[in-house]
Design a protein around this ligand. Structure first.
Ligand SMILES: NC(=O)c1ccc[n+]([C@@H]2O[C@H](COP(=O)([O-])OP(=O)(O)OC[C@H]3O[C@@H](n4cnc5c(N)ncnc54)[C@H](O)[C@@H]3O)[C@@H](O)[C@H]2O)c1
Length: 365
């Protein structure tokens, strides 16, 4: 593998453009092509002096890509990624891993069969805030999780919904588009989710998909969480609007969006404040805040650096297809709970026999 990896971006929409901007700052990569069937993709490629291809097959035939970022609508994730992996092209695939469990399981099988690196783009896991929080939680600094609350008020403009897939069941809606990130983080911090309950409403926008939902989770290891999400509610209390991880798209407000209360202490994010008692916990005594120190880094850059390491050296992806598929299973259970009004058990048995990470043998091109 040469020093610089020639990489193509498949899908030059909202997040594809974030990757294109990020690649311009990354020394280990050279953006070599864009794939997008729309005229907007072609004009972006022309403005950057890059070749543009209408589909992934013509990109593969051209031989100009040694790696690819797949940032296309969810239902295309499997066919596009499968074609790339079979052509021995490592893939950084945007979340959610696929539009359905069947497609996700098929993708896991293709990744295992080919041994080509497949990293799923739950980019927050590469954020130093998340790494530090994970370290503190796993070191027992909040004790056992008792309860967590997560808020996501994400008032999106009408133009956002011009792309039809964002209004379509199975692809759009804030549960699949946004809550999947929160589910990924909660599982990362506190382990597997055993049961979900949910209420969803499309009352604000009237689309076929929900615009607002309230979700309750219980974790297999103990502890409960509530999550409130809406793409029609105004307020800064959301990770996207407070963590400052994509300042080109979103302002960062000085508020918190995640609160974890444990048997020993509390932790809020993204401000990384640990709230500890002096001595035994007692609600009548003052808690002392400590801000956990980190060196800030752009998670999209960190994600690409990890992708480069996977391509060059092999090893396990930080977010494997298995991990991302477990998120999808939880989301599916939330959808069923909202539709039936009943508690739904999370059944991860389709992942039995699939190792914690989808391996790769470092045999990229
Ligand atoms: N990591 C994140 O935080 C994050 C943020 C936004 C979106 N996403 C994910 O990224 C994906 C894209 O979302 P978006 O908001 O950028 O969508 P978008 O609609 O803005 O862009 C999708 C682009 O893909 C192109 N496209 C469609 N089919 C294609 C194909 N077969 N081959 C090549 N190009 C194709 C479209 O023309 C469009 O330009 C979705 O899976 C979404 O869930 C992730």
């Amino acid at each position: 593998m040469p020093q610089t990896i020639d990489i193509a971006v498949i899908g030059a929409g909202a997040i594809g453009r974030t990757h294109i901007d990020t690649l311009a700052r990354m020394p280990g990569f050279r953006l070599s092509a864009i794939v997008d069937p729309m005229p907007s993709g072609a004009s972006l490629a022309t403005s950057l002096g890059l070749p543009v291809f209408p589909n992934v097959a013509t990109l593969i035939d051209s031989g100009v890509a040694q790696a690819a970022i797949v940032a296309t609508p969810n239902e295309t994730h499997l066919p596009v990624s499968e074609a790339l992996l079979r052509a021995k092209i490592p893939v950084l695939l945007e979340k959610p891993v696929a539009e359905s469990l069947t497609s996700a399981l098929r993708l896991i099988a293709v990744a295992e069969e080919t041994g080509i690196p497949l990293l799923v783009g739950h980019h927050r896991r590469h954020n130093p805030i998340i790494r530090k929080a994970h370290e503190a939680i796993r070191a027992g600094r909040i004790g056992d999780l008792v309860m967590a609350t997560v808020t996501c008020s994400l008032a999106k403009p009408a133009s956002y919904f011009e792309a039809a897939w964002r209004r379509a069941p199975g692809a759009g809606g804030p549960l699949l588009i946004n809550l999947v990130h929160e589910i990924d983080l909660l599982r990362h911090f506190f382990g597997e989710i055993s049961t979900v309950q949910a209420i969803a409403s499309n009352g604000r926008r009237g689309f076929a998909v929900e615009d607002t939902a309230a979700v309750c989770l219980s974790f297999a290891g103990g502890g409960l969480a509530t999550l409130c999400i809406s793409d029609a509610a105004t307020g800064p209390w959301a990770w996207d609007l407070s963590a400052g991880e994509n300042m080109a798209r979103f302002p960062a407000h000085p508020v918190t969006a995640h609160h974890y209360a444990g048997s020993r202490a509390g932790l809020s994010l993204p401000d990384l404040t640990l709230w500890e008692p002096e001595g035994e916990p007692d609600w009548t005594r003052k808690l002392h805040p400590t801000k956990l120190a980190i060196e800030a880094a752009d998670p999209y850059e960190a994600q690409l650096a990890h992708f480069a390491a996977l391509i060059r050296e092999g090893g396990a992806p930080l977010v494997s297809a298995r991990d991302a598929t477990a998120n999808l299973i939880v989301l599916d259970a939330i959808g069923k709970a909202a539709a039936t009004g009943r508690a739904v058990s999370v059944d991860l048995s389709p992942l039995d026999g699939i190792s914690g990470t989808v391996f790769n043998n470092g045999s990229g091109p």
